[in-house]
Design a protein around this ligand. Structure first.
Ligand SMILES: [Zn+2]
Length: 787
């Protein structure tokens, strides 16, 4: 990357952050700083293409497309969907232009044509920006035969291969299943990446220059497919002085070195390709490889999302649908909801900046040629946009017989284009920061990241969404930078923490910031090695006894409970024992809503701790007892002193620590009590800072933003997703919803615009620092603009 340019960009990013930091006080009530409107407006116009191209479209060409590509129809579709940029297949596995390189496989039916060039010229004539699409992940057999040492090898010295028909491992076929195509996986450490791809990038620029390049599979082999080719061997030896590790062993220092070396190589590759395209095509001819929104998947493929989102000029996300639709990475339980996409937006913008464009490839089909149900596609788009993601429609192949897939795009893209000004260049308003780190997914999660690290994170965000509490995602390395904008940090099993991350949390709390943490948070170091005690034990007010109770694997569930204190009294109807207090005493606000029960189901993992004197234990553990036969199902040990939830208040900070994995349990078991408990704990710890109240039925994901002289609120109706099996086939409206938003009292708000239902509300009902209004009905989403 051009260093001057990078510095300029870093400066402007720093200014942006400085500005938002200055605005943080006002931000907590959704306020605005004078002059902010002007500078944001300046950013939204002008600048290079990658800072102003929001709406994208992609026809992922296949080898047959050159035969009968209907240019005229697709151009009319570009226009109808109001896209500003297209992604056009150029080269890599298959060249769609007449490449001079004999090993660069020409599309089977290209016949000397130039479909890539034709499409670029058409796009230019239509005023569209062009991303040339590459795929340097694999190549055909003749290439492998010419340069076998450029390809990834197993430990036995056999090439890694993937099935053909597109060669996309996400839907790829096992070798031998295809009719005639086997693709060989290229090695990221060989000359294919170092020399060949840069040469091809230069050839494409010389042939028909695109505005920039993106790449589908640029990151090489993942963690579970170690490469033992000659280049990997020699480069690793050069870097470490050691031989490649023979096998996966997280405790082997050489394996650890290999992981970190592999990450570094992806960053070098990113820089090499970026520098290549800029040198050949000019400073704005950027290269930006595709990234996954799922951080467990990103870690296992060595894509360091923090580094990459900071590096990327535009963040190209290849996450085409929710996990449970078969388009995302495999996950479990609630990990399959549309809300995953809103969260992805928060995380990538939290890393790369809210002023950076992050388009996401959104599949209209499934698996390849049939249309996906419109509600399923639409909800994924709606959630992405709520999280600040820019829309990018995606069809596979230039000819489609299931034309229903064209019905979903135009209405959504037209709505986006009409209201784009409210959807870009904005900052989230939230007083709750959910802390995560990639090292926690990687080094603590290791081979079980979904269960160990992602499930608690997803359980916690699901609880917040259900409680309608806006949150931002804070990377653990950015706590010092970002936490001054929130009043509460939540650490959902952030087990693996570096000393400096621990210190950042300690600093935040010492300044009066509140904290909620769960499970094994801070019990491991940055390599996932166990510490003797919680590094944040002094903050939690808990000392680990070293004893763990609960099931030992993901599928296990114990018949255990958590006991609420104090006991409900005889004023609650039910059979009597005689030992109940006459009247129920008041309970802590974190236990609100549970007045008629003394126990909550649990079943999960609990780490036994000794509480500090100034903590209050609100839940205690009831150990496992038989479920069957029913005659045998009575509590053997109804009461223990083992804490399940500790709370304390210190210098204005509220601290809650759950030694029980309630967040993971909520993700896995979807027990409403667990969601309510987490919502209550967060609400108590956040005090009265939460800037939004939404009343009415349904599961609503609320995203609140500040922009120029406006507040923008997304209300996404996830109710239907909970009603139907995947895919969602019908959307069910909810409403009316009564919404209250905290606003600076000194501002007079003139109007409310409901962009989806196309309603304007005037005058605005404004009282005591809150604006209140009603949204009559929400089908898929509503985006409310207050100005
Ligand atoms: Zn290799």
């Amino acid at each position: 990357m051009d260093s001057t340019k990078k510095n300029v960009e870093l400066e402007s990013r720093r200014d942006f952050l400085k500005m938002t930091a200055a605005a943080s006080l006002a931000a907590s009530v959704g306020g605005l700083m004078p002059g902010e409107a002007h500078s944001q407006a300046a950013r939204s116009t002008g600048g290079p293409w990658y800072k102003r191209t929001y709406r994208w479209g992609q026809i992922n060409l296949n080898e047959q497309d050159p035969l009968h590509y209907d240019m005229q129809w697709w151009r009319s579709y570009w226009k109808r969907t109001q896209i500003q940029g297209v992604i056009i297949n150029a080269g890599g596995i298959v060249a769609f232009y007449p490449s001079k390189d004999p090993l660069h496989h020409q599309a089977r039916f290209l016949n000397g044509g130039d479909l890539y060039g034709d499409l670029v010229r058409a796009a230019r004539a239509d005023g569209l920006t062009v991303f040339a699409r590459m795929d340097c992940g694999s190549a055909f057999e003749p290439f492998y035969k010419a340069h076998p040492d450029w390809f990834a090898m197993t430990v036995e010295g056999k090439p890694y291969v993937v099935g053909g028909r597109g060669g996309d491992p996400a839907v790829g076929m096992a070798p031998g299943e295809d009719d005639d195509v086997v693709l060989y996986t290229t090695c990221i450490n060989g000359p294919y990446y170092d020399e060949y791809i840069p040469k091809i990038l230069r050839e494409i620029i010389a042939h028909e220059k695109p505005d920039g390049f993106t790449d589908n599979h640029w990151a090489g082999q993942g963690r579970d497919s170690m490469c033992y080719c000659v280049n990997c061997k020699s480069k690793f030896r050069q870097a470490s002085g050691k031989d490649l590790p023979a096998r996966k062993d997280w405790n082997d220092p050489v394996y650890r070195q290999w992981i970190e070396w592999s990450h570094k190589r992806r960053l070098e590759t990113w820089d090499l390709f970026t520098n290549t395209t800029k040198a050949a095509g000019g400073p704005d001819c950027i290269w930006s490889g595709m990234l996954s929104g799922n951080f467990v998947q990103a870690a296992s493929s060595f894509r360091d999302m923090k580094e990459l989102c900071e590096r990327a000029d535009i963040i190209m996300l290849d996450q085409q649908g929710r996990a449970s639709s078969g388009f995302g990475p495999p996950g479990t339980g609630l990990n399959g909801g549309f809300q995953e996409n809103g969260d992805t937006g928060k995380r990538v913008h939290g890393l790369g900046g809210w002023d950076k464009i992050a388009p996401e490839s959104m599949a209209t089909y499934g698996p390849r040629k049939a249309a996906r149900p419109i509600p399923e596609v639409r909800m994924w788009m709606v959630e992405g946009v709520a999280g600040g993601i820019a829309p990018w429609w995606h069809h596979v192949g230039g000819y489609q017989e299931d034309r229903r897939q064209f019905l979903v795009t135009a209405p959504f893209f037209q709505w986006y284009a009409k209201h784009q000004q409210y959807l870009i260049n904005r900052e989230p308003i939230a007083t709750v920061g959910i802390v995560y780190s990639e090292r926690n997914f990687e080094w603590y999660g290791r081979d079980d990241g979904n269960y160990l690290a992602l499930a608690p994170y997803n359980g916690m965000i699901q609880a917040l969404i259900r409680a309608r509490i806006p949150y931002v995602a804070v990377h653990a390395d950015n706590i010092d930078r970002d936490a001054n904008k929130v009043s509460l940090l939540v650490l959902p099993n952030l087990a693996s923490m570096s000393n400096s991350q621990v210190e950042s949390v300690q600093r935040f709390v010492s300044k009066g910031g509140s904290l909620v943490a769960t499970d094994e948070t801070s019990l491991y170091d940055e390599y996932g090695d166990r510490r003797p005690d919680f590094a944040l034990g002094d903050v939690f007010g808990a000392k680990y006894t070293g004893k763990r109770v609960g099931p030992h694997n993901a599928s296990g569930l114990d018949h255990s409970y958590l006991r609420l204190t104090p006991d409900a009294g005889q004023d609650v109807d039910g059979p009597r024992h005689g030992n109940e207090p006459p009247r129920s005493a008041a309970r802590h606000p974190a236990l609100r809503g549970f007045e008629e029960t003394n126990i909550l189901t649990f079943g999960g993992v609990l780490h036994e701790v000794k509480p500090a004197q100034d903590t209050t234990v609100l839940l205690t553990f009831v150990p496992v007892f038989p479920t069957n036969p029913p005659e045998n199902s009575w509590m053997r040990t109804p009461r223990t002193q083992i804490p399940g939830l500790l709370v304390r208040e210190q210098k204005g900070a509220r601290i809650a620590y759950l030694p029980a994995d309630i967040d993971r349990r909520y993700e896995q078991g979807n027990i409403p009590d667990h969601g309510d408990l987490l919502g209550n704990v967060v609400r108590w710890a956040a005090k009265d800072t939460i800037p939004l109240e939404v009343r009415g039925p349904g599961l609503i994901d609320c995203h609140l933003y500040r922009q120029q002289d406006r507040l923008v609120l997304h209300l996404v109706n996830l109710t239907s997703a909970g009603t139907w099996r995947t895919p969602v086939e019908e959307l069910i409206p909810v409403g009316p919803l009564t919404v209250r938003m905290k606003v600076p009292e000194e501002v007079t708000w003139k109007r409310l615009l409901l962009t989806v239902s196309a309603e304007t509300v005037m005058p605005v009902h404004q009282k005591g620092g809150w604006v209140q209004f009603e949204v009559k009905s929400v089908l898929d989403h509503e985006v409310v603009v207050l100005e």
